[in-house]
Each structure stands twice: as C-alpha cells, then as structure tokens.
Design a protein around this ligand. Structure first.
Ligand SMILES: Cc1cc2nc3c(=O)[nH]c(=O)nc-3n(C[C@H](O)[C@H](O)[C@H](O)COP(=O)(O)OP(=O)(O)OC[C@H]3O[C@@H](n4cnc5c(N)ncnc54)[C@H](O)[C@@H]3O)c2cc1C
Ligand code: FES
Length: 268
C-alpha cells in the first residue's frame, strides 16, 4: 500500500465527491480498473478510478457517501492522506474505429468517463447514454459532453423526474435507439445492477457484444478470500469487467444476489 496526499476534492453532486491524488501507478491504469482505498482508522474499500492522467501522474476516485468509510472520506480535505493498493482487475476492451454505445448511471459513470476519453483517442464513435433519478445525479455531464463533442459523439441524458434530458429510464432510451434500427458494435455499461441486467438483455436481443463492470464486497482484492464471488468467478480477479457470455453463466446471481462479508446472500 502507498500513502498518498489528496491534492483536490471536488463536489460532483449532493452526495458525491471526487478525490484527486498523485500516484504514478494509478495514473497509468486502464479504464475499468479499481483501487483499494484505505481510510485511516476506518476501513479499506474498493473504488474505480475516475481520472487517469499519466502525463501529470494524477489519478482520482469519485465516491458516493453511503456508509461509514465513504462518510469519513467525504470529511477529508486537500492535504489529508489516504492509502491506495492497486490498480487491480481487468479493463474494458478498447474497440477501435467502430460505433459503440456506453450506458451508465450513478458512480458507474466514474469508470465510463475515462473509457470515453480513451475511446475517442482511438477514433471510436460513441453514443453515450447517462441516467439518473434527477438532474443533479448526472455525474460528469460537462466532462463527457466536451470529450464527445470533439469526436462527433452523441450524449443522451435521461432523468426519471424529467428535470433534464429525456424523461425516461436510461435503458428505455437505449432500447428506442435499437428499435429505430441503429447498429452498434459494442455496449459498455456500469451502474445499478438492474440497469446492467436490462442492458444485457438488449445486447442479447440485438446481437451486440457486451461488457459490464460489477461491484461486490471485497477484502483482499487479489483473488484469495472469496468475498467477491459470483458463480465461478471472483470479481476482483476475473473482473470487475465481465462479458455478456460470462454474465449469462451467472444469470441466477447477476442482478439478484450478492454476498455479504459473512458469505450470506442478500438481494441486490
Ligand atoms: C470494483 C468496485 C468499484 C467500485 N467503485 C466505486 C466508485 O467508483 N464509487 C463509489 O462510490 N463506490 C464504488 N464502489 C462501491 C464502494 O466500494 C462501496 O460503496 C463502499 O465500500 C461503501 O463503504 P461504506 O463503509 O461507506 O458503506 P457500508 O456501510 O459498508 O455499506 C453501504 C453499502 O455499500 C455497499 N458496499 C459496502 N462495502 C462494499 C464493498 N467492499 N464492495 C462493494 N460494495 C460495498 C453495500 O451495498 C452496502 O449496503 C465500488 C465497488 C467495487 C467492488
Ligand atoms: S476480494 Fe478476496 S477474492 Fe476477491
């Protein structure tokens, strides 16, 4: 584990903040990889990297306040220290010079923002759909919009209360594009598991290769403890990015169950 100092804390939404730090290894990570973040005296939790800037040696995580560890992190400021282990896990497959769909919600948008940045550098045409309950939950809207505008990409926002973009579930907005006959060579998704399940079904129906980033409780992050198991896979070692084919093998758990720290299954 390396100890790093926070260099910038940015409020992204009422319950979400980004924390930037200098770390050579994290800054060179690939989109989709995650780190274990140690919050001194509290806990160590998995977080996706939301910013990868290898030229300046900077990286960032984007954290939603949901419990004890994330609350403690939200109370930290620039100059405070955290510990980082990693980066761990696999990354999204970079699909070159094709037309892809990216669908995200909540802090799932963290890893998808850096994916969009990488894909546009490869010349990939992106249709990016982001969803939230309300406008304030549309994380990285400006950042993603600016990346896509330079590469003739398209950004579609959907909110459940209609406060911004289409009044719709983001999966419904995605389905409309397929029903209009639009073709994509890949779907990437990260966000609430029910949303990702729906996207997997669309990918199956319209025969599109698919990748999703999964979250499970984690302890070791290196494939040893079994806390993050889903079917025959360990999310920290075999994921967090899984293909559609792999997710169909664990259909009875994906979108239904996750294991708690005591190994018992709880509803997703
Ligand atoms: C690979 C991966 C990447 C992640 N990336 C992000 C991210 O970019 N931003 C973000 O805000 N969150 C991310 N998470 C989820 C994050 O790890 C949890 O929200 C965090 O651990 C909660 O800790 P807590 O003590 O604040 O909450 P707790 O009080 O421990 O739990 C609150 C809720 O958070 C979830 N949770 C708790 N611990 C874990 C854990 N170790 N792994 C997964 N879920 C957990 C559970 O649903 C629980 O009900 C990621 C998880 C994984 C596995
Ligand atoms: S967290 Fe220990 S095996 Fe994945």
């Amino acid at each position: 584990m390396r100890t790093v100092k926070l260099i910038r804390v940015t409020a992204e939404a009422p319950t979400v903040k980004s924390f930037a730090f200098n770390d050579g290894l994290c800054s060179k990570a690939e989109p989709g990889q995650f780190v274990m973040v140690w919050i001194p005296t509290v806990d160590e939790v998995p977080m996706s990297l939301s910013l990868l800037n290898s030229t300046r040696g900077q990286a960032a995580i984007t954290v939603e306040r949901v419990g004890e560890a994330t609350e403690a992190l939200h109370n930290m400021k620039a100059g405070d220290s955290i510990g980082v282990r990693g980066p761990f896990g696999n990354n999204y497959t970079i699909s070159r010079a094709s037309k892809v769909m990216i669908v995200g919600g909540g802090t799932g948008l963290a890893s998808l923002a850096s994916l969009a940045e990488k894909l546009t550098k490869e010349g990939t045409k992106i249709t990016f759909l982001m969803g939230a309950k309300r406008k304030s939950g549309l994380l990285f809207h400006a950042r993603i919009g600016s990346v896509l505008s330079k590469a003739k990409g398209r950004l579609i926002a959907a909110t459940e209360d209609g406060s911004y973009g289409q009044r719709s579930l983001v999966t419904k907005s995605a389905e409309k594009l397929f029903k209009r006959g639009e073709k994509f060579s890949m779907i990437y998704t990260c966000g609430p598991e029910k949303m990702m399940v729906k996207m997997l079904h669309l990918a199956e129906k319209f025969h599109v290769p698919f990748e999703a980033s999964l979250e499970r409780f984690m302890r070791c992050a290196i494939g040893l403890c079994g806390t993050c198991v889903i079917g025959k896979y360990r999310v920290c070692r075999d994921g967090p990015i899984f293909s559609g084919q792999q997710l169909l093998e664990v259909e009875d758990e994906f979108g239904c169950w996750r294991r708690g720290f005591d190994g018992r299954k709880t509803r997703v």
